[in-house]
Design a protein around this ligand. Sequence first.
Ligand SMILES: Cc1ncc(COP(=O)(O)O)c(C=O)c1O
Length: 360
Amino acid sequence: MSNRIWNFSAGPAVLPESVLEEAAQNLLSLGDTGVGICEHSHRGKPFVAVADEAESLCREIADIPDNYRVLFLQGGASLQFGMVPMNFLAKDQTADYLVTGAWARKALKEAKRFGNAHVACNSENANFNYIPSEMNYSDAPRYVHYASNNTIYGTQFRTEPTGFSSDAFLVRDASSEIFSRPIDIAKHGIIYAGAQKNLGPSGVTLVIIRDDLVEAGSHELTSMLQYRTHAGANSMFNTPPTSGIYLMMLVFRWIKEHGGLTGMQTRNEDKAGRLYEYLDNSSLFQATAEQDSRSLMNVTFVTGDADRDAAFISQAEAKGFSALKGHRSVGGMRASIYNAFPAEGVDALIEFMKEFEASA
Ligand SMILES: Cc1ncc(COP(=O)(O)O)c(C=O)c1O
């Protein structure tokens, strides 16, 4: 139908085409209201129905227990890097951080502004190409923070970290893998994710937070920075990102129609599996992440020669494979193949890589 190309962007990233088509129609008029989705008041019935459906679908697909709140906030995952410690970490308390990538390190930096931040593991010595198996937790952390998928380095936790004091709650930055596989909400106190990879456009942040933590946060902060403010106002304390929440609602419908989170996992294992299999058998390209830490969302690889990498990226671009350049801090290539990225695009990339390899 269109001139769309294969978009491997790490975020904002590809969205399901059916979602975009439906959104395009509703930009002019949401249903038969005669008013476009961006033009509706957030207090009016049509948008409130959208927000209610977004929340209930989110709860349904992720099987979110009743004692958790679902919030649609702003400020991206980066604001959560600060909001978590400013609400929960007093000057004399310690929080543990699993430093498995640049985003996790940024979260650590924000925590240090408010209290003690203890590094429970750090894989920087190997350019973050693995998830450490040994953790060195502090004795009584207030919480333990991790980023479950490391967007830049293409690594992903297989399971939630364990072994820390049972008094601590687990905080997960799930930005680059949210709803790409089933998630055990009850093991966490807070889960947050910027929407722009797996859930919708940038500008809306999904936060799933346990009830007791909504109440336990600091009362000293300005209202916008307290979770209780947003929980108390059903994420409508101020004007929410209405069009982003609408798109998220459409993406949740799409996830449900495609088998929910187990359907997403099957789809993602299949796509990433094909690409890693090719990489493992290639005599030109190599995957950079250690095998047992590989991400299903961001597949990072190199040829081992920076000039050849650059030639590959530019030839790929010319053939309609966009945004394959690795993050500026690591170089090489990165194929981000989030939920909505089609399997045909992965196959087309593999074919192109084979051609490039044959001509190299
Ligand atoms: C794992 C992870 N955490 C946090 C962020 C920052 O997100 P935002 O731009 O929404 O603040 C990103 C952005 O790519 C990310 O990949």
